[in-house]
Design a protein around this ligand. Structure first.
Ligand SMILES: Cc1cc2nc3c(=O)[nH]c(=O)nc-3n(C[C@H](O)[C@H](O)[C@H](O)COP(=O)(O)O)c2cc1C
Length: 340
């Protein structure tokens, strides 16, 4: 049997295969609510046999949206619309998670002022606003916002939550010494900069009990910034705090990234490999993996435990059905006579 189609677990969840759809913003929500587009978009990947679908960045408060059209779970009124997504995915046999995020200083929502660990603008090109620095009390409130959104995620039927602590959004802004210049308990040392994300992990595990994945940027590609070494250290802490898996991405915290590598197939895989050597929870890799044989090779090579296929799954919702054909695995009966 192929590695891709061997069942295995993240926390208590057993995935039917090792292909995960990573979160990808569709900017198609109204008032944070999912609509027909989301139901069909995610349902198509579920009928296409994806093991776990992670719904796009979903804001924990209105000023935490990247754009006005982000999904949200800041209000109970948004729960029912998310349930249409979880229902359709469950009906077609996929597990479904939601990525909970806060855009921090990268928010471009029109009616709100962005907040951040420090009052530093992301880019001076006219498309970003200068964020307001959160007070210590407000930082603690952010933890509550994530926990409350996770409770709503559970009520909406999600099997898991992914914390968005990557790509220069709020939680990552706290991690990086480039964006976090605070002088309180959430700034300065490594321990202080990582405190918020670790507190949120502990709180969600304790209060909500959902399977929890944390997405990080392993390296921010800026001298003096967050590094792979920091990520290895954080990964150990995340594991102790109760995180069930780590989703290893990179970059996004600075408008200029002098150390960005060439974006070629597998460009982020080495980060996943380094982190996997230091923890025992599952590691997810991502970044220009577009072929079933590539995913299989990464799994066989012990580089990661699960593979995310992003843009390729947008282009081809039936990626897993083609993979099943390639590895002579079963596909859903309705499609057996199809041209896969
Ligand atoms: C249209 C689009 C939207 C994205 N939105 C998110 C998002 O909401 N959250 C996130 O963590 N990453 C987001 N990403 C990054 C993807 O999850 C993924 O890490 C990236 O596309 C690299 O994987 P790929 O080469 O397989 O596409 C987005 C990427 C794309 C192309």
């Amino acid at each position: 049997m192929s590695k891709i189609f061997t069942r295995s677990k993240i926390g208590d969840l057993e995935l039917k295969n090792k292909i995960i759809m990573p979160p990808m913003c569709m900017y198609s929500a109204a008032d944070g609510k999912a609509g027909k587009f989301h139901e069909i978009h995610y349902g198509a990947r579920a009928i296409g046999d994806v093991g776990l679908i992670i719904v796009e960045a979903t804001a924990v408060e209105p000023r935490g949206r990247i754009t006005d059209r982000d999904l949200g779970l800041w209000s109970d009124e948004q729960i029912a619309s998310h349930q249409t997504i979880t229902d359709v995915c469950h009906n077609f046999g996929s597990l479904i998670a939601v990525q909970l995020g806060h855009a921090g200083r990268k928010s471009q929502a029109s009616a709100t002022t962005p907040v951040a660990p420090s009052s530093l603008i992301f880019a001076d090109d006219g498309s970003y606003k200068t964020p307001v620095e959160l007070t210590t009390k407000e930082v603690k409130k952010i933890k509550e916002l994530f926990t409350d959104a996770a409770k709503r995620a559970k009520a909406a039927g999600y099997d898991a939550v992914e914390l968005h602590a990557a790509h220069g959004y709020l939680l990552y802004e706290f991690l990086s010494p480039i964006t976090n210049k605070r002088e309180d308990e959430y700034g300065g040392s490594f321990e202080n900069r990582t405190a918020l994300v670790l507190e949120i992990v502990r709180e969600i595990k304790k209060e909500v009990g959902l399977t929890l994945i944390v997405r990080i940027s392993a390296d921010e590609w800026v001298d003096g910034g967050w590094s792979l070494q920091d990520s290895v250290r954080l990964a150990r802490e995340l594991e102790s705090a109760g995180a069930d898996a780590i989703d290893v991405s990179a970059g996004g915290n600075s408008a200029v990234q002098p150390n960005i590598p060439k974006i070629t197939p597998f460009y982020q895989v080495e980060y996943a490999k380094a982190i996997k050597q230091n923890v025992s929870i599952p590691i997810i890799t991502v970044g220009l993996i577009t072929k079933p044989s590539e995913a299989e090779a990464l799994l066989l090579g012990g580089v990661c435990d699960f593979v995310e296929v992003g843009r390729e799954l947008i282009a081809n919702p039936n990626f897993c059905l083609y993979a099943a054909k390639e590895f002579k695995e079963a596909i859903i009966p309705q499609y057996e006579r199809g041209a896969f």
